[in-house]
Design a protein around this ligand. Sequence first.
Ligand code: CTP
Length: 399
Amino acid sequence: MNIVVGVSGGIAAYKSVQLVRLLVKAGHDVTVVPTDDALRFVGTPTWEAISRNPVTTSVHDDVAKVRHVALGQGADLVVVAPATANTIARMAAGIADNLLGTTLLATLAPVLVAPAMHTEMWRHPATQANIATLADRGVHLIGPAEGELAGGDIGPGRMVEPEEIADAALALLAPPDLAGLRVVVSAGGTREPLDPVRYLGNRSSGRQGVALAAEAAARGAEVVLVAANISADVLSDARHPSISIVPAGSAAELGAAMREAAVGADAIVMSAAVADYRPATVSDRKLTKDGGGIPSIALVENEDIVAALVRERTDAAVIVAFAAETPQSEDELIERARRKQSRKGVDVLVVNEVGWERGFESASNDVRILGRGGELVTTTAGSKREVAAAVWDAVIAAR
Ligand code: CTP
């Protein structure tokens, strides 16, 4: 979707760099519209590099494309962060002598405003009256937060943290079509210990599962994310008040966590890469070369967790599995996927082709989604967040 981020001239402008980054990471096309003042804090090259779009402040650039109204008309959401007292006053009065002003007047999209200013300015009756005017018009406000302000004063006026603004922005964009639902997502890859320092593992980063959790939360669901060995960096995208994270290491731990979380769930999505086998014995002490010779590792089979969740299901939960395949043709891909779907008994199957260079540790994904009857409901290629959106659409269709 198209998001315009208006930045006005406050020191919090530097935090909006992170906001823009998060919105781009979530798969959106972001155009930054700074005021001239904002550029004194953070310059055009930074905004262009982070947003991957050209930046201008003038209503006289790109006149042939009527940029001064086109940006607002084409926006699905406008976020103003930071919004200074001055910008808030101009918004309330409808002043349009810069690109941000014309964009705001030309848009019918939801507008989210994150004020940032000194406490005295925030509390001033003029600002409060302007805020009330904006709220009456349906503008969404977030913050300001209490805290330390530039110059060391303490009080309300601090811009809310960019992660929180991004969540609020994404929630405004997302249809609240999962509101009231409790969903469980597994993500990451299991590790099957051999001894205290070694394990058998796989290349799953957990990005797709984290995107599934974040998308579900943005669409109104309460989410349990069972996370198997996901790095803190990847997991940070799942920071949301409606997401609770349950760590799990091995397949056995993941199975136990999923069983517990599945009780009363409306949907269960198994995106974790689960080891099919584990070492038959786990040594309490580090295995050494002392024994001589090259060891072989005896394996025993792990439970198929998703198949067990299907077998044991008592509620009407929609159950989704993933399949990573290395087929030689599209037909073989779908054929293998259908067989896997019926073997596991899942309602929805998301299949992607993987290989040495494909599918793992990357920001994007390319999937086919099979619905209840094994029919192909979607083919989606895009960011993991876009794929996540398509998966939840399929879950809703299967309900
Ligand atoms: N899965 C599971 N428990 C396991 C293995 C896999 O719940 N012990 C789930 C995965 O989370 C995924 C789906 O089953 O949603 C498909 O996993 P995949 O490894 O592709 O399927 P397998 O059953 O292992 O089949 P194969 O390896 O023969 O392709």
